[in-house]
Ligand binder design. Structure first.
Ligand SMILES: NC(=O)c1ccc[n+]([C@@H]2O[C@H](COP(=O)([O-])OP(=O)(O)OC[C@H]3O[C@@H](n4cnc5c(N)ncnc54)[C@H](O)[C@@H]3O)[C@@H](O)[C@H]2O)c1
Length: 358
């Protein structure tokens, strides 16, 4: 229902580290301009009608610094307490994965209107289901840190897929180098879900590198490096993740392909002619309007005001997390083909890398 009240929405954040509040200087140089504003709080500053009222970090100094930089009047070290006392309209969650699902459940219990949380949602399907069920039951608007679907170029491609501009979708190929499952691939699973939609998943198969001793019972105590991954959807659509390449995403349709490159900053369409010959690739100009994070937060605010839904449903977020956990389940089962329904709900990938967790 549309909110009649015109007072600013009140926002609060848990987790004032690199992605919450401190965009690394290195990223300002290495990421293309379409990624900025990048951190939660830099992006929130650009969203009209929302005011940051409280910050929280278990490291008090990090919280204080974020409160001073972004002008929040209240600073906490305990996120649950902040939610209880502040009752924000919008909660941003930029902690590491541990405890994220619990924060979402608590926000739902306390009537928070919308939550933007980092990726992945949780370490197991069970945790994902609980958090999403609590949010859905309470009518919490959802927004997810895998923000490529909010960026201009993927949105242009999605419009093309939906309009069958190049015929029907056949395959999504992501060339991303050897990167970790929980740290990096949630972005790719979300992009695959965005482009492929919620069509049936017939099979998932993956190979990953991790110390053999890291897997025991139903726990993979690692953030495994993905060496190769294939997903077969119903209707003859598939997705492949390759451990090579320069971050290019190819969305292949019957009559041509979309090539997204430059870390989601440019688009080329490579089309086939009527004789199925490949024509010259054509660069497509996609005007930059705002970063994915800014759009994710702007759309979340609009959803909390009852104006429009966000582009993330609970089913999308569950699906993209399930794809990741099914891939890991395949990898720990000697790379055999698995279905997403056979992944035990309590199979856990901790995301450990040395002493740190994703
Ligand atoms: N969407 C993206 O593009 C993107 C990029 C980088 C990282 N991430 C994700 O964001 C998350 C955070 O990454 P980061 O690099 O900012 O980590 P970080 O360690 O720099 O920051 C996390 C902060 O959260 C605080 N924190 C952790 N648990 C807390 C709790 N329970 N209560 C209060 N504060 C708590 C920590 O003290 C720290 O300051 C990770 O899960 C990562 O996967 C997303």
């Amino acid at each position: 229902m549309k909110r009649e009240d015109t007072t600013p929405l009140r926002a609060a954040i848990v987790g004032c580290g690199r992605i919450g509040a401190n965009t690394a200087e290195r990223l300002r140089v290495t990421l293309p301009p379409v990624w900025f504003p990048y951190s939660h709080l830099d992006a929130l500053r650009e969203v009209t009608g929302v005011e940051l009222v409280a910050v929280c970090d278990q490291n008090e100094a990090a919280g204080r610094m974020a409160a001073d930089t972004y002008g929040a009047s209240r600073c906490y070290v305990d996120g649950l307490r902040m939610i209880d006392e502040v009752r924000p309209d919008i909660l941003l969650i930029a902690t590491r994965t541990e405890g994220r699902a619990r924060l979402i459940e608590h926000a739902a219990e306390k009537g928070v209107g919308g939550v933007h949380f980092e990726k992945p949602l949780a370490h197991s399907v069970m945790e994902c289901r609980h958090a999403l069920a609590a949010a859905e039951a309470a009518g919490v608007q959802l927004s997810y840190g895998a923000v490529r679907r909010c960026m201009d170029v993927p949105r242009r491609v999605k419009e093309g897929i939906d309009a069958e501009e190049l015929g029907s979708l056949r395959q999504i190929v992501i060339e991303c180098g050897r990167v970790e499952l929980l740290w990096s691939h949630p972005h790719h699973f979300d992009l695959i879900t965005f482009f492929a939609g919620l069509r049936e998943v017939e099979a998932v198969q993956s190979r990953m590198s991790y110390e053999m001793a890291a897997f025991s019972g139903k726990v993979l105590d690692a953030d495994p490096v993905v060496e190769g991954l294939a997903i077969q959807f119903g209707g003859g659509v598939s997705a492949t993740i390759l451990a090579t390449g320069a971050g290019v995403v190819r969305v292949i349709c019957e009559m041509g392909e979309y090539v997204i490159g430059g870390n989601t900053s440019w688009l080329v369409i490579h089309e086939r002619g009527l004789g199925m010959e490949w024509r010259q690739p054509t660069p497509v100009s996609v005007p930059f309007t705002m970063s994915g994070r800014q759009r994710a937060l702007m759309e979340l605010a609009a959803a909390v005001r009852g104006e429009a839904a966000t582009c993330y449903t609970a089913a999308d977020i569950l699906r993209s997390n399930q794809l990741g956990l099914a891939s890991a389940w395949s990898a720990v089962n000697e790379g055999r083909v698995v279905g997403i329904a056979e992944v035990p709900d309590d199979f856990v990938v901790t995301g450990r890398k040395g002493d740190l967790f994703a």
